[in-house]
Design a protein around this ligand. Structure first.
Ligand code: AMP
Length: 412
């Protein structure tokens, strides 16, 4: 799609950017988020998170920095576990960046110090998984200090991990001049800048499993959007709260009252609130299950809604037509099963075709967009799941907060 709106840079204005630091010829620790999905043979199934950091790494190469990259991968519980080694990620990065990347099989210790001290300008090393050391998740000061003393500057380009209070996210930046990399800046610009200052009409499309996971997002968007479209499992809690029989669909009974309150609050502000009008139902979440198409008022007991139906797709697509900004978070149904994926993929196409600035808020939704084959037509797809949700909930990311404020640099 053509990019015809400028992206306001707002959220990050008070923090240093990598361009504000004189990193030329210096040792720079770049925290990246290389926590990529792997298959059972440990092959990387999606390298978008690696590709998304290339702008920052290439900038540091051009500046002649000595680049020390570090990331976590999976949850290895504070000790080495070869299942979670970053060795294959170093190889993938080397292919993508077309430059030698030295993998260091430790994240701390004399070997790391020796290698860092021997680095020349433009060299790149990738340290082993930070979570092989318990200090990372415990945010140990000692761990942060040991890493900080190796380098001159700290850059955070690990958006997907920036909601974590871990040493490499909040500890090291307190000890060094620290700035945001280009990916972190872009994520904040879209998920905070655009969302807080959208070109209207602004439509939020929310789906996924549970209302409880998205309540704070709806609350935060309440004052910003013109329309809210609800699909996925969470729709059935809203429908049940309105008095419909939703059969065996996913419902959070403890959220019924809150669902009504939220719907009423949204509608009372003049925001249009859309729920599915029809759905695909099945007796079990199983590719071979028999399916039926029914209206949202007619879901029989023993059956559950697994996707939105064609009338809902039409209703939602029409609601999206006039949008100038669209935010999408959460699939419209159990799209992982082919037979239940049509609603999600149709909405992915409607969003991709809209003459609007389109933002996909990470998590499962980026997988849905890529399976629908429309990733290239979306203005921005976030690389973060939890971090994206926290920003959309209006929270401050600890990793961003920990970076050096702009004023402090003036006194250096
Ligand atoms: P979330 O992480 O909250 O965005 O939820 C994503 C998950 O919601 C996906 O794995 C979907 O399979 C699931 N989901 C979407 N629609 C439904 C539904 N109608 N019933 C049960 N699960 C659903």
């Amino acid at each position: 799609m053509e990019e015809h709106h400028s992206v306001p840079i707002t959220g990050i204005l008070n923090k240093l950017s990598i361009k504000d630091l004189s990193i030329s010829g210096k040792k720079v620790f770049i925290r990246v988020d290389f926590n990529v999905p792997l298959d059972e043979n440990m092959n990387i199934t999606d390298d978008r998170r690696i590709r998304s950091t290339l702008a920052t790494i290439n900038y540091a190469i051009d500046e002649g920095s000595k680049i020390i990259l570090a990331s976590h991968l999976g949850s290895p519980k504070g000790e080495p576990d070869k299942k979670y080694t970053l060795a294959s990620i170093a190889r993938r990065l080397q292919r993508l960046i077309k430059k030698e990347v030295t993998f260091v099989p430790n994240c701390l210790g004399p070997e790391v110090e020796e290698i860092v001290n021997r680095m020349s300008e433009g060299d790149i090393i990738l340290l082993e998984n930070l979570r092989f050391n318990p200090g990372e998740e415990e945010n140990s000061e000692e761990f942060s200090k040991s890493l900080a003393k190796l380098v001159d500057f700290y850059i955070n380009d690990a958006f997907g991990a920036s909601h974590r209070h871990h040493a490499s996210i909040v500890g090291i930046p307190k000890l060094l001049p620290s700035a945001a990399g280009f990916l972190l800046q872009k994520e904040i610009d879209y998920l905070q800048g655009v969302v807080n200052h959208p070109v209207r009409p602004f439509v939020a499309v929310l789906g996924g499993a549970k209302v409880s996971g998205k309540i704070d997002v709806i609350r935060n968007l309440e004052d910003k959007v013109d329309k809210v479209i609800i699909g996925g499992g969470m729709a059935y809690t809203f429908l049940k709260a309105m008095g419909y029989n939703v059969g065996d669909s996913l419902v959070e009974d403890d959220m019924l009252e809150l669902a009504n309150e939220i719907r009423e609050a949204v509608v009372s502000k003049g925001i249009k609130f859309y729920l599915p009008v029809d759905c695909v139902i099945a007796q079990s979440i199983d590719a071979a299950a028999e399916t039926k198409l029914v209206t949202a008022q007619e879901i029989p007991n023993g059956w559950k809604a697994v996707d939105i139906g064609p009338a809902s797709v039409k209703l939602f697509s029409e609601a999206l037509e006039s949008a100038k900004t669209i935010l999408w978070n959460g699939p419209m149904g159990v799209f992982e099963v082919d037979a239940f994926s049509r609603g999600t993929f149709s909405i992915a196409h409607a969003i991709a075709d809209a003459y609007a600035l389109t933002i996909v808020g990470g998590g499962d939704t980026d997988l849905a967009v890529s399976r629908a084959g429309v990733s290239e037509s979306i203005s921005f797809i976030s690389t973060g799941g939890g971090a994206a949700l926290e920003l959309l909930e209006g929270k401050v990311l600890p990793g961003l907060e920990a970076l050096t404020n702009k004023e402090i640099k003036d006194t250096e």
